[in-house]
Unconditional design. Structure first.
Length: 255
């Protein structure tokens, strides 16, 4: 199989499968963090654009699974509920994706990573921050931020999760909403990076083969998700969100 990928050794392909399995497991448990794990792991031995290419198809497939877990009707209801977030986020993602090879990522990663990290730390310390009356303006702002960073880096989960957590979204609904938001974002990301050249003849097969371990991880994570209550789910989400924020800061400093 490694003959298909001139940029990978057998050991690196095995590592890529392990990273996909871990990413799927975490996503199945808390509903996000797959792009973060993919980018962080694959970037240790691949160029950033190849790491980004690797996550695109597994992300697309697993988000579809996540969005449709309770059926199409529930997924459509989530689309209607968060339509402003989705529309603004998708427009910003498509625009920023075209700059992936030109735009310096450092400042954007730091600007997003810092508030996400602070939010997760405050929540884990027991200080509750809730949005009881969300407005269209706040929803559009968070959607735009998520879309901008998603198009440039492939990681658009942290701002979305912070927003949903602040809304005190019930765990099953939160997983579904994240699947809908990330699923539509993944479609946009695929289209955008076919145009940018990140997904091309050499990289598409690599992304394709990573779907299987990612789906296997989703199944494992889904079993774990069904066994935990709302309180533990929220805490697990915040822990993963904290790691995501710290990772964004790390990448912003080291780029």
């Amino acid at each position: 199989m490694t003959a298909l990928f001139s940029f990978l050794s057998p050991a690196e392909l095995t590592a890529a499968f392990g990273i996909a399995l871990l990413a799927g497991t975490v996503k199945g448990l808390v509903g996000f963090a797959m792009p973060m794990i993919f980018i962080s792991g694959l970037s240790m031995f691949l160029a950033p654009d190849l790491a980004l290419a690797g996550l695109i198809l597994p992300t697309l497939v697993t988000n579809g699974m996540q969005a449709l877990r309770q059926g199409p009707a529930a997924a459509f209801a989530s689309i209607r509920k968060f339509r402003v977030f989705l529309l603004i986020g998708l427009v910003c993602l498509l625009l920023s994706a075209q700059s992936v090879r030109l735009l310096p990522q450092q400042a954007l990663l730091l600007v997003i990573g810092l508030p996400v990290t602070v939010f997760a730390c405050i929540q884990l310390m027991g200080k509750t921050f809730s949005i009881t009356n969300p407005t269209r303006r706040s929803e559009a702002m968070v959607g735009g931020i998520a879309g901008l960073i998603g198009g440039v880096s492939g990681v658009w989960g942290p701002p979305t999760v912070a927003y949903l957590t602040a809304l005190n979204t019930e765990k099953t609904e939160q997983i579904r909403v994240q699947g809908v938001i990330y699923g539509l974002g993944a479609v946009a990301l695929l289209v955008a990076h076919v145009g940018s050249g990140v997904i091309r003849t050499e990289t598409a097969p690599f992304s394709l083969v990573l779907i299987l371990p990612a789906v296997a991880g989703m199944w494992i994570g889904g079993l774990l998700h069904d066994r935990i209550d709302q309180v533990l789910f929220r805490r697990a989400t915040l822990v993963v969100l904290l790691i995501a924020g710290l990772n964004l800061l790390r990448r912003g400093v080291l780029i």
